[in-house]
Design a protein around this ligand. Structure first.
Ligand code: GLU
Length: 396
């Protein structure tokens, strides 16, 4: 069987693949500490889960409108107004099977063969692959640690041409945790908007902020910016609802309509029960969000301290999300447990096989000098896992 050309250049998602490998090893009885996937280890808050159970009991188990139930679209509009100062109409909102699916729909609706999409690196692993799957070319622009991994306006200008169709802005960023200030976003929007470039603003980590960092939603910069922006968000990270698969996009009306049409053919509605739960997540008691953030804050402190105490490892303090992007290039060229370390993939491999610690190599995020640790896991796991990392790296 000859597969389509479009799948020749992509593999499985490295975040999910590493997570699956760690789980497989656990199933074999190996005591693996996993810092791989960005998935809160908390259970979905009780009142949200109860809404899902209630939906099943009520028989809310049939098809819904393909782009989501009106009640959830209203709740999303309310959330966007309450939290982000954004005025959207339910007709501008499309609910999908996770924010990942929302992004895929955006690209399906926007990209023609040969269009370019700017992806500032380090980037979340699926942006580039989704652009390719939709016939576009990702234009990777590397940011610098010295710029806190944020795209500079002059870098952006240098990569725009007639084929530039869109750009990804992901603040707080996965994997670096960088958070763009309002001024920094304004400086980028000033370049993008007059050129008609669509801003795909992935805001899934907006509630995970530390040290007083402030979140700005790109579309809130002004009406003209909003006309060029698609706001992407979801309930997975904020409400510990990764398995429920509810994400959404709020977009200029014509784009929202196109996305809804695509979805109506590709998947139909997102899960009916999960939609009911998402309404309660967005409109109900927000106390669990604060509690989870307090816990993430403790874990972040712990992990930063542990990383910076290991000779050869270093990291900056991420302002958002729940990842630490640690610099590991000082190990390149060395040999650990008989394995020559030529890059982040080798380092991740040796940590997994020798230390039973799973993490994601930086190469997957477009910067081979780093590895990503997720601290969406318990303090005990952090302590145990980091002690193992220290032991393995001490053998370099
Ligand atoms: N976004 C999360 C991560 O980066 C979840 C896994 C994925 O879809 O990539 O770990």
């Amino acid at each position: 069987m000859r597969l389509a050309t479009r799948v020749q250049t992509i593999g499985a998602s490295p975040t999910l693949a590493m997570n699956a490998r760690a789980k497989e090893m656990k199933q074999q009885g190996i005591d693996v500490v996993s810092f791989t996937v960005g998935e809160p280890d908390f259970n979905t808050p009780e009142h949200i889960a109860a809404a899902g159970i209630e939906a099943i009991r009520e028989g809310f188990t049939r098809y819904t409108p393909a782009a989501g139930i009106p009640e959830l679209k209203e709740a999303i509009c309310l959330k966007l107004k309450r939290d982000n100062g954004l005025q959207y109409d339910p007709a501008d909102v499309v609910v999908s099977n996770g924010a990942k699916h929302s992004i895929y729909n955006v690209l399906q609706a926007l990209i023609d063969e040969g269009d370019e999409v700017i992806v500032p690196a380090p980037y979340w692993v699926s942006y580039t692959e989704m652009v390719k799957l939709n016939g576009g070319s990702p234009v990777i622009v590397s940011t610098k640690a010295g710029d806190d991994f944020k795209l500079r306006p002059e870098q952006l200008k240098a990569h725009i041409n007639d084929r530039t169709k869109a750009i990804f802005i992901n603040s707080p960023n996965n994997p670096t945790g960088a958070v763009y200030s309002q001024t920094e976003l304004e400086d980028l929007a000033e370049i993008l908007v007059p050129r008609g470039i669509v801003i795909i603003s992935d805001e899934v980590y907006e509630k995970l902020l530390y040290d007083g960092a402030k979140f700005t939603s790109v579309a809130a910069l002004g009406p003209e910016v909003k006309e060029h922006t698609v706001t992407i968000n979801g309930v997975s990270k904020t409400y510990a609802m990764t398995g429920w698969r509810i994400g959404y996009a709020a977009a200029p009306r014509a784009l929202a309509k196109a996305m809804a049409n695509i979805q109506s053919h590709a998947t139909s509605n997102p899960n009916a029960i999960a939609q009911k739960a998402a309404v309660v997540a967005l409109t109900g008691d927000q106390t669990p969000v604060k509690k989870m953030l307090a816990e993430f804050t403790r874990r972040r402190e712990q992990m930063i301290a542990e990383i910076n105490a290991i000779p050869g490892l270093s990291c900056r303090k991420p302002e958002g999300a729940f990842y630490i992007f640690a610099h590991v290039a000082s190990f390149f060229g060395k040999t650990i447990c008989g394995r020559k370390i030529n890059g982040s993939v080798d380092l991740a491999e040796v940590l997994l096989t020798e230390g039973h610690v799973a993490l994601v190599p930086g190469a997957a995020f477009g910067d081979d000098n780093y590895v990503r640790f997720s601290y969406a896991t318990s303090l005990d796991a952090i302590e145990k896992g980091m002690a193992r990392v220290k032991d393995v790296l001490a053998q370099a």
